[in-house]
Structures are given as C-alpha cells and as structure tokens.
Design a binder for this molecule. Structure first.
Ligand SMILES: *Cc1c(COP(=O)(O)O)cnc(C)c1O
Length: 561
C-alpha cells in the first residue's frame, strides 16, 4: 500500500481544498491509481473554508473571500479519534473519508483537528489552506505528517511506502524513526517528491519553534545535523530520510540537484538517490466532453490506452476544427456573459491562466502595449483571456493583476483589434473550459523556475497549441513549429541561468506577428496540422498513466522489494 501525503488536493469541483498545480496533480494521480489498481491511500487536510475565493474590483484589486463547502455531504466522518500534541496542548484529531472508485478504490483521508473542545488556535488549522506561514504552517504540517501517520496506523493500513509529496508532510519521518530506530530503516519506507525550484518555496522553521511544538513527542534526533542557520528545512529533512527522491521533469532534476547538493545527479556516493518522473495529466478528466466524443469515434480505446492519442491524424481535419470551434464558442459565450469584453468567435484567442505570482510573469505579454496593439492591427486581430488567483498575501502577485486591469483599460480606449479580459476565480471548472476553448496556450514563466507545469499538457491533448518558455515539461515535449512554439533561448539541461524578460518578449511579439497570426488567419491547413501534432505528440506520454507506471518502477520499488 502506498500512502500518498499531500497538503492540497483538487479531487473534484465542489471540494475547493487546493491552490494550483500541486493539488490538481494529486487529484490526477489518485484517479490513475484507482484506474490502474494501485493500492493506495491519500492523506490530506480538511479545510472547511477552502482556499481563497477571488473577486476583483473594476480597478483590478483582488478581494479574498472564504470558500465554504458542504464537507459533511461530500465526505464520510470516520468513527476515529487520535490524540496529538501541539506544544503542551493535547488535542483530539479525527478524519473524514472520500473514496475514488474505479478498478480499485482509493480512499482519501481528510484530517481534522477542528473538533469542538479543541483549542481555537488548533481549530483554525482546518479552516483555510496556506492561510499563514510560521507557527500555523508548522502546526498544519504536524497535523498532516504526524497526525496522518498515526491515523493510518489507527485505521490499520499496511503501508509499504510513505510518499512525501512536497515537503509539507516531512515530519512523518520522525514517527517512523521513533518506530524503526534508524535512518536506514526509515529510508526503506519513504520517498520524497520535490516540486519547487524556487528556494523560498521550501518551508523552514526556527528550531526553537519546532522543538517547542514537538517537546512532548520524545523524538531522538540529532537536530544539529539537520539544521541550517538554526532552521529546520523540511525539504532537507525529507531528502535525508527518503530512500528515493524525485524531481518532476528532466530539467528539474538538474535544478534540484543544484538546490540540494547532497542529491547530485550521477553522484552515487551522495547521501541521496535522486531520480525524475515527469508529471502528466489525467486525460479522462482534462479532455473536454465535445472533444471526447470525437476521440471516441476516431481513436477507440484512447481513454484506457492514451498511447492511442498518437492516432489523432485519423480525425478528419474539418471535424476537429469544427469541434474545437464549438468548444471555443462555449468559452466565448461564457466570457461575454461574465464580462463586457465582447469577444468574437473567429478571432485568435490566447489563454494565460495559472496562479499569479512573480516567477510566472502572468502579465509579461502586456509589457509593451504599443507593440502589441501594432501587432494586432497589422497582422491580425487578437483576444487574450487571463485568469488566476494571487495568494492573499502575495502583494507582488496582486500588483500583477492590477497591472493587467490597467493595461486592459488603456487598450480598450485605443483599439478594437486587441481585446483583453480577465476571468475571476480560476479553478478546475474554469480550467477545463479554458484549456480546451482557447486556440493558443501561453505560458511564459521565468526559467528555470517551472518545475514541470501541467496546464500546457491539458491544452495540447485538446488540440490547443502551446506557446511556452523552454522550461519544465516543454523542454521534453515541445518541438518548435511542430506542436507549438518556444519562447526565449533553449537552455542546455545543465544551464541554470534565468530568463531575461526583454529577450523573451522579443520572441513573444516576433512569433505572434510573423508565425502565429499569419498561420491562424491564412494557413488553416497548417494550423490543424499543429493541433493534431499537439494531441499526437503530447497525449501518449504526458499523461498520469505513464507517470504512475514510472513511479512504480523508479520510485515506489524501494518499499516493494
Ligand atoms: C492545471 C492547473 C494548474 C497548473 O497550471 P500550470 O500552468 O501548469 O501552473 C493550476 N490551477 C488549476 C486550476 C489547474 O487546473
């Protein structure tokens, strides 16, 4: 049995306990476990008020609201209570169960310390995802890692592999160490997937805070050995106690071994054995219903065997275009109902949707609006649809949203050839429509900070063409001019230099004007070829069936020996 630990999870529309790619990937993984009959259980936290619900004022200010949901209806409360210390406070913890049923059943356990009678400070941990860092984050991680470990024990799960998916649950190694007695033994049971190449993305806590919260657990650890500048870095802890560590794309393997020198690539003497498994998407969830019908007709079996997506060439071109335009129409109707953007069906539409945070550079394409307006007026009309939430405390992210709104107003006053809109509250529902309904999917994060990226895979399997920075998965999947276009220079695997905004902008504007717009408006046959190439080259590999198979053969095998 695999125990899959994750802080956020996007398992369905009505369970808003996720912020972005990490949670969506977790959901896609669990669906694939169930389809592939992989014995697994997922451990995550209950957040009664979800993540942030985004509304935006007319001036582009993001307002953050709670996102309460009917967890009592969606989940089944288990008749179980365990006890957990937070400092000197002994608290009661329960859990709620959700089941994914396919070839086998995968249970999801939502841990809950929000019981009546518990300290209000502890009950807060189950209100919102990522609501604070510091001691609240540490306590959420105690709940997830230590609480999760104990709940699995109490429920009698026979766990062979503990999968620490991003470091939030790393404290579970302390429980294992207490039980098994040595680092070596713990390493036979733990694997760790790192998802974050941004150094600030790795949780660190002052050791006094950690020792204060854990004082009643009696963990015998040589803390000195684990510290950096008086802080416990949970990624390092996870790495040092995991028998396998993996990055989430080939490029990310090199980035990670730079951040964690103890995990050097090709360094068998290093403490830690690092691998990579490139992420994928659960094709059954991300192919739009309209497109699914077409696939069912021309690529029978594509859903059980996504390798068959390489037969996309058998779909008649006019049918693929027609079907795509139907989905696009659905998107445009939605946009015109939600906003006053008055988008048109026959205009090239580019989607830019993901978490809004500086390294993603969500507003990069609007840096030079004179040039963008000139391109739209001279080379062909253009529509841009933005979506994405900034974390409530990410002021720089919120500034970017504001900037998008300001540029939107300026552009509206100057031209009709370029239209821009922003859709509120990006979530999996909206993502499903956007990744299928746009013509081009623009993703221009700053290199080398995109660990993998998955939204471009979702777009590609719907026949939407990628236009993306050469980073993460796109370095493996992208073929210039064949299934999309790259942005900026293509780095070697070892090259960890950062993108330069100016250089990337040149490519964005240049390729738009001279390749993308002319192809769309004057060479429809070539455009459909790119659409089919996207499905056929991305679908067979960048799916979670292939990904899960690789986890089994490269990562989980440590516990299956
Ligand atoms: C797929 C997905 C993401 C991840 O998008 P990236 O562009 O790869 O960062 C984030 N949020 C939602 C809702 C998604 O569906």
């Amino acid at each position: 049995m695999i125990a899959y630990f994750v802080m956020e999870l996007a398992v369905e529309e009505e369970i808003p306990t996720y912020s972005g790619g990490l949670g969506v990937l977790a959901g896609d993984t669990l669906y694939s476990f169930a389809d592939m009959d992989v014995p697994a259980v997922c451990v995550t936290l209950l957040y009664r008020k979800g993540y942030t619900l985004q509304k935006i004022t007319p001036h582009g200010m993001q307002l953050d609201f709670d996102s309460p949901w009917d967890y009592k209806k969606k989940l089944k409360k288990l008749d179980l209570e365990i006890e957990l210390y937070f400092g000197d406070r002994l608290q009661r913890i329960t859990c709620w169960e959700y089941a994914i049923r396919s070839k086998s059943e995968v249970k999801v356990l939502f841990l809950d310390g929000g019981l009546e009678g518990n300290d209000p400070e502890i009950r807060k941990l189950n209100e919102k995802l990522y609501f604070d860092d510091g001691i609240y984050r540490l306590r959420q991680e105690i709940l997830l890692g230590i609480g999760g470990y104990r709940v699995l024990k109490a429920l009698g799960y026979n766990v062979h592999v503990y999968h620490i998916n991003e470091s939030h649950s790393a404290l579970l190694v302390l429980e294992l160490l207490k039980e098994l007695g040595s680092r070596e033994k713990v390493r036979e049971k733990c694997v760790f997937t790192t998802h974050t190449p941004v150094p600030a993305g790795h949780d660190k806590f002052p050791i006094d805070m950690v020792l204060g919260e854990l004082k009643n657990y009696g963990y015998e650890l040589n803390w000195e050995e684990e510290l950096e500048n008086g802080h416990l870095n949970l990624s390092h802890l996870a790495m040092r106690y995991s028998g396998k560590v993996n990055a989430v794309s080939y490029k990310h393997l090199f980035v990670s071994s730079h951040i964690f020198p103890e995990c050097s690539v090709g360094n068998p003497d290093g403490l830690c054995d690092i691998e990579y498994v490139t992420n994928g998407v659960y094709h059954k969830r991300w192919v739009h219903e309209e497109i699914k019908e077409l696939f069912n007709e021309y690529m029978i079996g594509w859903d059980e065997s996504p390798i068959l997506l390489q037969r996309a060439y058998e779909i008649p071109s006019e049918l693929l275009l027609k079907r795509h335009n139907k989905v696009k129409s659905e998107l445009i109707n939605f946009i015109n109902k939600q906003t006053d953007a008055s988008f048109a069906d026959d205009v090239l539409t580019i989607g830019i949707a993901r978490r809004v945070t500086p390294y993603k550079r969500n507003d990069l394409i609007l840096r030079d609006i004179d040039r963008l307006i000139h391109i739209a007026e001279s080379f062909g009309e253009l529509q841009l649809v933005f979506a994405g939430k900034a974390h409530p405390k990410d002021t720089a992210g919120k500034e970017m949203i504001k900037n998008i709104f300001e540029k939107m107003d300026l552009i509206k006053q100057r031209t009709k050839a370029l239209k821009i809109t922003f859709l509120e509250n990006y979530d999996i529902n909206l993502a499903k429509l956007l990744v299928a309904g746009c013509d081009v999917w623009l993703n221009n994060p700053k290199r080398p900070y995109e660990a993998c990226g998955t939204s471009g895979m979702k777009a590609a399997i719907n026949g939407v063409i990628n236009f993306s920075t050469w980073d993460g998965w796109w370095l493996e999947g992208g073929i210039e001019g064949v299934n999309g276009w790259g942005i900026g220079p293509k780095p070697t695997w070892q090259d960890l230099s950062e993108s330069k905004d100016e250089e990337d902008l040149e490519d964005i504007y240049g390729k738009l004007a001279y390749i993308i717009l002319p192809t769309y408006y004057t060479r429809k046959d070539e455009w459909v070829r790119l659409m089919k190439n996207s499905i056929a080259t991305v679908g067979p590999f960048f799916n979670t069936y292939r990904m899960v198979s690789e986890y089994i053969s490269k990562v989980y095998k440590i516990g299956l020996r």
